[in-house]
Unconditional design. Structure first.
Length: 124
């Protein structure tokens, strides 16, 4: 069984206009297509096309900005329910923000910052 991967996206998700977001959405798409369960927590500000997101092969949780920045309990509960094994962050600020919360997840094996190649190599 493949490990379950989790990512956080704060910018426009789909359609994607930024390089970093493009990498995260492409990576999520290809991981899911190869059988790696993938979960995205997307901070929704009204910029993304929810219909396009629903059609993707990975699970996406739509999170209000206030819940993402101030209400970690709900996100952590969902991560625990999903039995997340690997968390991929886009920046160190998110690691500092969530670090003390996610380290308590029983299923968590690995946390990394932005290095897509490290994630890919760690899965094979």
């Amino acid at each position: 069984m493949h490990p379950k991967v989790c990512m956080f996206l704060e910018a426009t998700m789909l359609p994607s206009y930024e390089g970093a977001t493009q990498r995260f959405t492409n990576l999520s798409y290809h991981l899911a297509r190869q059988g790696y369960p993938t979960v995205i927590f997307h901070v929704y500000r009204g910029w993304s096309d929810l219909n396009k997101i629903r059609k993707q092969p990975y699970r996406t949780y739509i999170v209000e900005p206030s819940k993402f920045y101030d209400g970690f309990d709900q996100i952590i509960a969902l991560m625990e329910e999903e039995a997340i094994n690997i968390v991929q962050f886009s920046d160190y600020e998110r690691i500092l923000m969530f670090g003390s919360y996610i380290k308590k997840l029983k299923t968590l094996k690995y946390v990394m910052k932005y290095m897509m190649s490290f994630l890919i190599f760690s899965l094979h």
